[in-house]
Ligand binder design. Sequence first.
Ligand code: MN
Ligand code: MN
Length: 467
Amino acid sequence: MCEEKTAADLLKEKLCLDQKHVALVMQDDEINEADAFCEGYKDFITLCKTEREAATFAENAAKKAGFVPFKASATYKPGDKVYYMNRNKAIILTVFGKKSLSEGVKIVASHIDAPRIDLKPNPLYEDSDLALLKTHYYGGIKKYQWTAIPLAMHGVVMLKNGKSLQITIGEKMDEPKFVITDLLPHLGAEQSKRTLSEGIKGEELNVLIGSRPFRSDKGSDLVKLNILKLLNEKYGLVEEDFFSAELEMVPACAASDIGLDRSMIGGYGQDDRVCAYPSLMAVLECKAPEHTVVTVLTDKEETGSDGNTGLNSAYLKHFIEDIAKQQGVEARDVLRRSQCLSADVNAAFDPTFPTVHDKMNASYLNKGIVVTKYTGSRGKSGTSDASAEFMGRVRKIFDDAGIIWQVGELGKVDEGGGGTVAQYVANLDVDVVDVGVAVLSMHSPFEVVSKLDLYMAYKAFRAFSLS
Ligand code: MN
Ligand code: MN
């Protein structure tokens, strides 16, 4: 049966925006390619749950792909690949292009930190024969989501002798895990009267770490003592070592496919490793681009980008200054002609909570990579607003490369808001726009993305870098 198209149908086709499901646009072999790409990604987010782990992963992958540590004293030619590690928490990967740096560089910047629960500097205590750890949460979390789920401990301890100790407990099947306890509903009547944001308070995020005492007839805090004994036997730690440590509690589960159709991925820390991974893969296979490519995996975005490993510091600017100097170019001339994709996630429309979004300007799972012209809150405060000119350029790059993309705004006007690293790069006099993957349950211990959107991100970062 074939119905004639009306004049209105034809005009609609010509004039109206029509955003199709990616799976209806992509070819079968490309969908298979995308699914295969996602297997590597699942391993990455299962393995890398802190910025340090992600930065180390990137460094090792870069070395394998022929990248060498950046030297300010060296001179580089087109196709040369270097990386700059910033304090083991942020990393810049660069492939030198055929054009002079005076024509600008192509920056793709994502972040590799994610919301989590940090241990306090003096965390270990005993109460009622239980050993517990005091914590201070990192980034924006709904605290109640972090109770009664298995947690793993990841981090680093600097010992008195100057040695650094990497710790990961709770990821392997036979390893113990940790948990933050919650009240049973039977006795939760008073707790239930609290607002959702106060349901679990910051000081109630205490991690259970032990319950058996050091066997002794006398003495107090013997359960705590037994935990210290175990930490000392296994790692040589004493209580004071917590001061020079960064120990972080993260969800102890692996990433997995979601849905009977296996179309989605569930896992921890996908904001923003779902952008970091495809940008890393894109730069690793970059040969001799026209413009020099600068891929940044940064830290501290979730706490506002402050600190020397966040993009509100000068480390990216200093790196650009260093490479500019080698070519006898002023860094400011490089920066003002540079372009950047701030590669960060957006909140996918959730049909269970439709009222927070403007449906026409929300991003959706499976509609391709999201281009977010501005973030911020209220009257566009705390954001860089990408210009029509730059939006036009990015649109053309994506369309020419067959990238499926959508526009997205983070919620309704005055509904809330959020920021990314875009403003900090833009403040360096660079053209920037946010581009990333739509995420469900963002900032929860188990976030969800679409496989095909992730693959589109990879294609988009590659096309932008090579343009
Ligand atoms: Mn983010
Ligand atoms: Mn975030």
